[in-house]
Ligand binder design. Structure first.
Ligand code: 2HA
Ligand code: ZN
Length: 274
């Protein structure tokens, strides 16, 4: 089917497979959504059905009215996306209030969008308002980030600083830091509201004892962000397995020097004296 050759659908499927191969998507874990550009909507328009019934999103996202999203399906496995995309992924269109959606393509065996649709869309709305280049929201069950939510205080200050210290590239890749949502029931409005509030400030949000949400302009940047954060978390987990303390690390003034040379601004909130 020619629609599957579209660049954005290829990129979406590749990201699902990449995440699965990293071990972040056991069973139906994790979900991905992509806000389509007008040119991409036009490209696939002949394949889109326009009369499917409207379904409630569960939250209102007026800023996203009439937009189209490519999304993974509720209960679908990332593992199956590349071998059976028509079953696993789909395109939805929001109504002119941003309160309901209709299925336009995909989910041929009767699926529906990810159970985390409220969080995805509220995060998309916040990001679009700040910077219309943002198009990707990615939720994955990154093992080492989850491990850290059992041993570190659940604050942006501690998570950001500890992850920055574990790899020199980190403050350059996520200079705004990492937000943390305490444990909450997934899938609903409350966790969507809490997450989107943090998305105003961060591109990375940790869900305690659950996983991570990342936002970005394209698949490479968003996957790379998640990959970088999880790699740093892995280094920290390995370090903590050897020793509860660090013999040496990157110091606040060294971060400030890095920020200057790499032309990023690192909030002082994260450069506290320990
Ligand atoms: O099942 O990851 O958070 C998908 C999920 C729910
Ligand atoms: Zn999840």
């Amino acid at each position: 089917m020619a629609i599957l050759n579209c660049k954005f659908i290829q990129g979406f499927m590749r990201m699902c497979q990449d995440g699965f191969e990293q071990g972040w998507h056991e069973r139906n874990g994790g979900n991905l959504s992509y806000r389509m550009a007008d040119s991409e909507v036009a490209e696939v328009s002949p394949y889109l059905s326009k009369d499917a019934p409207m379904m409630p999103i569960g939250v209102a996202v007026p800023e996203l009215r009439s937009e189209y999203f490519l999304v993974t399906g509720s209960g679908k496995f990332f593992r199956n996306v590349i071998i059976d995309p028509l079953d696993s992924i789909g395109i939805i269109k929001l109504d002119d209030k941003g309160e309901n959606y209709q299925l336009c393509w995909g989910f041929v065996n009767g699926g529906r969008p990810t159970s985390e649709l409220p969080s995805h869309l509220m995060n998309h709305e916040v990001k679009k308002k700040k910077d219309s280049k943002y198009r990707v929201i990615y939720h994955s069950h990154t093992t080492n980030v989850i491990v850290l939510t059992f041993v570190l205080p659940l604050t942006a200050e501690v998570f950001t600083r500890e992850l920055w210290e574990m790899a020199t590239e980190c403050p350059v890749v996520f200079p705004d830091g990492v937000g943390v949502v305490p444990w909450m029931v997934p899938g609903g409005k409350d966790i969507a509201v809490a997450s989107s509030k943090l998305m105003e400030k961060y591109d990375v949000i940790v869900w305690a004892h659950h996983g991570i949400f990342c936002a970005g302009p394209d698949f490479d940047i968003t996957f790379g962000l998640c990959h970088t954060v999880e790699k740093s978390a892995e280094i920290l987990v390995k370090m903590l397995a050897i020793s509860p303390t660090k013999r040496q690390t990157i110091l606040p003034d060294e971060f400030r020097a890095l920020a200057k040379d790499f032309k990023v601004s690192l909030p002082e909130q994260f450069l506290y004296e320990k």
